[in-house]
Design a protein. Structure first.
Length: 282
């Protein structure tokens, strides 16, 4: 969002800078009508760019960050704009809140009161012991790595249980050496795609709970290079020719790994299920 906002206001900021250089602002009386016009257009342009960015949010994120809540936050910042310390604190708080939200999505519910107690103690001190700070930072990294390893093991166990259940329901599912599980309902016509091929594909991507996170538009199959997709999808495509159909069960390490794709609702190490149909191979 910052890039868009800063980009939107760049011309206005440059214009303001030019005005301040042209003379002493304290002695220059800008007509009220002109000030009103600047105020109006500033709000119009700023609001338009923020709206453009807001509309790119996923629907569920828009529900959580509805427009009235966004306006409330903006108004709070504007009401405190002359208190530089409060503005700085709001900016830091916003960044910190974003990081805590990311931790929460990983199952780490940080105690905000305890965090603020230690933050305040450190921030209000007169000096920084860099060696102690670096040691604490290293300890934090180690703890985060431990948590990530624990989560990875839990994800693998959950994925294994899921696949055991699916295979029990459908014995036609096979698993490759890489760990990709798949069932081919129609192999399609030779030749099969290569890494350098371009394919035209109808597909639906789902999470293990059945939530659809991506799909090709109905009646408009997607066109892309085989080497442009995640490893599990790429491996599955190369098993199918024109007209081929399959369901792919892609484990996290062959999909988006530990990073996931939060904006698409794909968590760390998430297994992805794709129903695909190869319309054409080029």
């Amino acid at each position: 969002m910052k890039k868009l906002i800063y980009g939107a206001c760049a011309a206005l900021l440059l214009a303001a800078s030019a005005c301040s250089k042209s003379g002493d602002t304290a002695s220059t009386q800008v007509p009220d009508k002109l000030v009103d016009s600047v105020s109006s257009y500033f709000g119009h342009v700023y609001g338009g760019y923020v709206l453009g960015d807001y509309q790119r949010y996923a629907p569920e994120r828009q529900d959580k960050a509805n427009k009235q809540a966004v306006i409330k936050g903006i108004q709070l910042a504007l009401n405190n704009m002359d208190d530089e310390g409060t503005v700085i604190g709001m900016q830091i708080g916003g960044q910190l809140a974003s990081q805590l939200k990311g931790l929460k999505e990983q199952g780490i519910n940080v105690d905000k009161a305890l965090l603020m107690k230690e933050f305040t103690k450190m921030f209000m001190s007169d000096s920084i012991d860099m060696s102690q700070l670096q040691e604490s930072s290293a300890m934090l990294d180690n703890m985060m790595n431990r948590i990530q390893n624990m989560k990875n093991e839990a994800d693998k166990a959950k994925e294994s249980d899921f696949m055991e259940q699916i295979k029990a329901e459908n014995p036609d599912i096979k698993t490759s050496e890489s760990g990709l599980s798949y069932v081919i309902s129609a192999p399609g016509e030779a030749p099969m795609p290569a890494d350098t091929s371009v394919v035209v594909v109808n597909y639906v991507g789902k999470l293990a709970d059945g939530t659809v996170f991506d799909q090709s538009p109905e009646g408009q199959p997607a066109t892309f290079g085989v080497n442009q997709v995640i490893p599990g999808f790429r491996e599955g495509l190369k098993m199918l020719g024109k007209g081929g159909k399959a369901t792919l069960y892609i484990p996290g390490n062959l999909a988006y790994g530990e990073q996931g794709v939060p904006q698409a609702g794909i968590g760390p190490n998430a297994m992805l299920i794709f129903d695909i149909e190869v319309v054409d191979v080029k």
